[in-house]
Ligand binder design. Sequence first.
Ligand code: ARG
Length: 291
Amino acid sequence: MVDPAHYEVRYRINPWMQPEQWMRDAQGLRAAARRAYDALRCALREAGCDVVVADGAPGLPDMVFPANAGIILDGRALLARFRYPQRRGEEAAFLAVFEQLREQGLLKEIARFPPGCFQEGAGDAIWDVNRRCFWAAYGPRSARESLAHIADFFDQEVVPLELASERCYHLDVCFCPLSGGEILYYPPALTRPALRRLRERVPVDMLLAASDEDLGRFSVNAVNVGRRIVMAAPTPRLGSMLRERGYSVIPVDLEPFKMSGGGAYCMTLRLDRSSLPAVAARVGDREAAWA
Ligand code: ARG
C-alpha cells in the first residue's frame, strides 16, 4: 500500500473524479481518507495479508493507487507507463519503491515497457490463480500493444479484454477473479468480443454479474485472499451471492477514494502472486515459489 499523506482529488482523468467536491472540504476529506486507509489496512491484515507500506510523494496524489504501478508475478515486476501526464511522475517514484523492495528481497527483477507503450499495471492486468493466465485490458488507459510485452516478459498466457467505456477505465473497476474460480464482473464494461472471450473460458455458473450499483459502490474492485474478500461495502444482493459461494466479505468504507475512482483492489499491489498452481502458491510460500 502507499501512505495517503499526499492524497487528494485535484484533477479529473476519469469520470468518477470530483475535484470540485474535494475542494469544498479538502481538510475534512483528507482526514476521512486517512481513516478509510487505516480501516483498509486493518481489513487486509484480518484477511491474512502482511502489508508493506511505501511513502507517497507530494504532487502525485494518485500514488495511493499502487495497483497501477506495475505488474508483479513470481517476484518479477514490469513497471507501468501512464497514459496521462498527471500520473507520469509516478513512474520514477514507483521505480524507487520497487528498488527498495528488491533490496528487501521482496522483488527480484524490475523491467519496463518500451517508451510510448502505455500500460497501467495490475489495474489492467489481473492474474487468475486458477486459470493461470493474465486477464489484460486495453482501451482507456493501456495500449493493445502492451499485451504482447506482458506475455513475453512473464512467459504466460494473456487474454485480451477490450474495455467499452471510460466509466470502467481500468479492468479492476469491473472485473475480479475469485479464488474458487468464479469471476465477478460487470458485463457492460466489456466489448462484445471481450465478452465472447470470457464466456469461452469461464463456464456460465462461474460468472457472477455485478449490477450498476455494485459498480457504483466500487465493490468489484476487491482484494480476495483465500475465502476472504475485502471490498467497499457490498449491496445486500452481492453480499449474499458471495456468502452462498462460501466467501466471507470484510466490508470497508472507502468513500474518500471513490471520489478519485478507486476501491480496495487498486489501493494495493500484490507482491505474492505466483505462477505455480494454486495449492503451491499459498501466501507465505513466496520463497518456495521463486526457487
Ligand atoms: N484517479 C486514479 C486514476 O484515474 C484512480 C486510479 C484507480 N486505480 C485503479 N486501478 N482502478 O488514474
